[in-house]
Design a protein around this ligand. Structure first.
Ligand SMILES: Cc1cc2nc3c(=O)[nH]c(=O)nc-3n(C[C@H](O)[C@H](O)[C@H](O)COP(=O)(O)OP(=O)(O)OC[C@H]3O[C@@H](n4cnc5c(N)ncnc54)[C@H](O)[C@@H]3O)c2cc1C
Length: 373
């Protein structure tokens, strides 16, 4: 069976890797360079505990499942690519800087406990014992010890190598201009005037899914872009923190190479990806309030990209009413976290034809128009 994947972010590359390992002929088309979309911007936090939300129980379950698969995913990926993706198991500290924040955090903690998540409440002093560089203003914290992290850029690079080593064919600077659908069946794709036949097309085009031509009209409104600006600072020779720190207005993610990622804005600005003075200022202010020691650090990286968000902020995974068309998009703020579970489950779907219970709740059918008559 000839399989085409549209989009070379972590999701497209990861699915391509898994399918190529299973022996399928996979061609992946990327309109730019692989991994330079949202995947390049990602801070790489794997934080199902810190990012749990009351109304997102299914998504929490998916995140925890993916997090459980991370150790094996990293082991295989590093072994096959020979690239270290900076997988760290240091946990997250969510901090409060005043009484309002503490009340918010207390509410979050109670919600986490109601899901039976392994988290601990700390006083400001206890938080500073774990991370001495935290501001004296920190009055309380939640410790999420099992949250993980990777370097998203290194993971993208490792996936590119592993995909090609497994036999996958990669076409960069090659936009898919149209997906060909005839009588509710995919027949292939167009690259300008060239037609490339395929029995199965997997669309992993991230925030740009709505711009892929040839898909059913209603898919134009499935995914919206949500802009995120993010910065990289360079720590002194000694890392200033070891945990991921979630402050009220910014998060800080230390890397093993001494860089410190500060993120991220969440903006509804359509397809605009400019860095703005206000965005950068707010991130630095939010980071500095929690960790004053960053003041002298050089800024070594800035980036902005678009998170792919669906209407309910959960991904859209699996079969569609069109035969031979699979979607894997809409991972919003959790695409790096959800990569292992997405890629494993989509590869198993292709292999067996069976939609697993794990991804069943995330099918496109949940957006079918509600019939009120
Ligand atoms: C600032 C920021 C911080 C983030 N931090 C985290 C984090 O800490 N943890 C986490 O889990 N997630 C995080 N995310 C979210 C995560 O980055 C995304 O959910 C994830 O990268 C989505 O992966 P993707 O492969 O679907 O999309 P992308 O990486 O955007 O890849 C889609 C690709 O499709 C290509 N494409 C589009 N249309 C076509 C076409 N017609 N033909 C060919 N190619 C096409 C694009 O060029 C692009 O390369 C963050 C995102 C941002 C922006």
């Amino acid at each position: 069976m000839r399989i085409i994947i549209v989009g070379g972010g972590v999701i497209g590359l990861g699915i391509g890797w898994k399918l190529s390992r299973l022996g399928y002929q996979v061609a992946l088309y990327e309109r730019n360079q692989v991994g330079r979309g949202a995947s390049w911007a990602a801070a790489g936090m794997l934080s199902p505990l810190a990012e749990a939300h009351t109304q997102e129980a299914e998504l929490l379950r998916l995140g925890l499942e993916s997090s459980n698969r991370y150790p094996e995913w990293v082991r295989e990926l590093q072994e096959e690519s020979q690239i270290d993706i900076d997988y760290r198991r240091k946990g997250t500290l969510m901090v409060a800087l005043d009484r309002d924040d503490r009340a918010d955090l207390q509410h979050h903690f109670e919600m986490q406990k109601s899901f039976d998540l392994p988290v601990d409440w700390l006083t400001g002093n206890q938080a500073r014992t774990l991370e001495p560089a935290l501001s004296p203003r920190v009055v309380a914290a939640i410790h999420c010890p099992s949250d993980l992290q990777v370097n998203g850029r290194l993971m993208t690079t490792a996936l590119t190598v592993a995909f090609q080593k497994a036999g996958g064919k990669l076409f960069e600077q090659t936009p898919v201009t149209k997906i060909n659908i005839k009588d509710q069946q995919v027949t292939g794709i167009h690259i300008d005037s060239e037609f490339v036949p395929a029995e199965l097309v997997i669309v992993a085009a991230g925030a740009w899914l709505s711009q892929v031509k040839g898909l059913p009209k209603s898919y134009q409104y499935l995914i919206r872009p949500v802009k995120g600006q993010i910065l990289g600072l360079q720590m002194d020779t000694e890392p200033i923190i070891s945990h991921v720190i979630y402050a009220p207005d910014a998060y800080l993610v230390p890397r093993s190479n001494g860089s410190l990622v500060v993120g991220a804005t969440v903006e509804e600005q359509g397809f605009d990806t400019h860095l703005t003075a206000g965005g950068v200022f707010e991130l630095l202010r939010g980071a500095w309030e929690a960790l004053p020691g960053i003041y002298e650090f050089p800024i070594v990286d800035t980036f902005a990209s678009l998170r792919p968000a669906s209407r309910d902020n959960a991904p859209i995974l699996g079969l569609t009413p069109v035969d031979g068309l699979i979607l894997a998009a809409g991972h919003f703020r959790k695409g790096i976290l959800l990569t292992p579970v997405t890629c494993d489950e989509i590869a198993q779907l292709v292999l067996t034809g069976i939609v697993s219970e794990v991804i069943k709740p995330f099918n496109i059918s949940r957006f079918e128009t509600l019939n009120l008559s």
